[in-house]
Ligand binder design. Structure first.
Ligand code: C6P
Length: 406
């Protein structure tokens, strides 16, 4: 097991008289000292507006920002650093693709294909593209355990122009057959948009090996800060797209009536950049790479195996999607017979356990599996088997406190 708890100051928090057990990592992860200190160091010693000044602080901030971009390029194995666009988060990255590619490249009769399990950021965005262009949004409905079926793959046909899917679902926690889906998209001339919000923190990202056209992820879900995410796009595609936001730093020449745009990546980074966020993401990447994704995967697997074993013993618990730990990152969504998920989360919070409840921003999936709301535990590098056992020991108390005998 990885032992990194000492790096995370928030994990010493005591809540309701109990040590905090933080099991809501798919929502956001906690930050190690290494990331916190990198941000403080920037603010104390190097803070300036990047790419705009000749003075020392602007130059230093520019250097740190550019270094962060290079770190991201390495992290996802992109070919060129200008293919890495800093945005606020996964949501903004996917909106950028939908607006700047989807709305300008699709036409009536075209198809966008997505799984029913997508997060709203990768779903509502395509609804609008469909509405604006007249294209059709078609869903892959998955089998009862959440796998793609042959029927799903058959939806990727000659009319399909975009296939968008999460590399890991935030509700099912299942790793997708990334390369297979992308190959099917490319075989019909469609582009593949990969939502990496739940993959980038947990497994090695390799955009060249996957051959995805776009890849989006958020810094805050991988030990970085809020407010910084990444859109990777293939250079030719990005060059061919209009910018999504207009303003400072994304221009080449501005005249009274017309403007020419800056080169990549600046064309897509209008306004003052979030240097703190970029620096935090750089530190987070260094931190995770030091641990290594093999170790991270093994650690999460052990926690998931233990948790699933314990949950399966409770007849009133129903896990959504596959229960095979080999198919999952450390995400388990479930319902409890007779207990509203918000009640369950509130009761567990009284024991210091933080879990998520609700529709997890995936309402079409929730409706499809007839679980309008559910609970979710999600693990990360600092969680321990003891924490899993503590959670499993308190889980039966939820039903007891709601008045059930067992
Ligand atoms: N899911 C969760 O608790 P942002 O909010 O932009 O950083 O990430 C959006 C997003 C996109 N795709 C997937 C697969 C996601 O899981 C998320 C964020 C959080 O599941 C908040 S709803």
């Amino acid at each position: 097991m990885i032992n990194v708890r000492k790096d995370f100051p928030i994990l010493t928090k005591v809540h309701n008289g109990h040590p905090l057990v933080y099991l809501d990592n798919a929502a956001t992860t906690q930050k190690p000292y290494q990331v916190i200190h990198a941000m403080v160091d920037l603010l104390e010693h190097h803070n300036g507006n990047p790419h705009r000044g000749a003075h020392v602080l602007s130059v230093e901030a520019s250097q740190l920002y550019d270094d962060a971009r290079e770190a991201v390029r390495r992290f996802i194995n992109a070919k060129y650093s200008e293919e890495v666009i800093f945005v606020r988060n996964t949501t903004e990255a996917l909106n950028l693709v939908a607006r700047s590619y989807g709305e300008t490249h699709l036409h009536a009769g075209d198809k966008i294909v997505i799984p029913i399990s997508e997060h709203h950021a990768n779903l509502v965005t395509w609804q609008r593209v469909a509405r604006v262009t007249g294209a059709k949004l078609e869903y892959m409905y998955l089998d009862a355990q959440g796998h793609f079926t042959e029927e799903d793959y058959a939806k990727i046909d000659d009319k399909t122009k975009i296939v968008a899917f999460a590399a890991v679902s935030n509700v099912l926690g299942m790793k997708r057959p990334i390369e297979k889906v992308i190959q099917k998209a490319h075989a019909v001339g469609a582009i593949a948009v990969l939502d990496g919000a739940q993959s980038a923190p947990h497994m090695k990202s390799d955009v060249q090996q996957w051959d995805c056209d776009f890849y989006a992820f958020s810094g805050h879900k991988m030990c970085g800060s809020s407010g910084t995410g990444v859109l990777y796009g293939k250079r030719d595609l990005l060059n061919d797209m209009e910018p999504f936001l207009l303003g400072g730093d994304m221009i080449e020449y501005v005249q009274e009536q017309t403007t020419t745009f800056n080169v990549l990546p600046f064309k897509f980074e209008a306004g003052t950049e979030n240097v703190e966020g970029a620096v935090a993401l750089h530190a987070a990447i260094d931190y995770l790479e030091d641990i290594g994704f093999d170790a991270i995967g093994e650690h999460e697997h052990e926690l998931t195996v233990r948790c699933l074993e314990g949950m399966k013993k409770l007849p009133y618990i129903h896990i959504i999607g596959s229960t095979d730990p080999a198919e999952k990152t450390g995400v388990i969504s479930f319902t409890i017979d007779g207990v509203h998920p918000h009640d369950a989360a509130t009761i567990l919070d009284s024991y210091g356990i933080a879990i998520r409840s609700g529709h997890h921003c995936a309402q079409p999936l929730a409706a499809h599996v007839h679980a309008e709301a559910s609970n979710r535990v999600s693990f990360y590098i600092y969680n321990t088997l003891e924490e899993v056992d503590y959670f499993l020991s308190k889980l039966p108390l939820v039903r007891k406190q709601m008045g059930f005998k067992d």
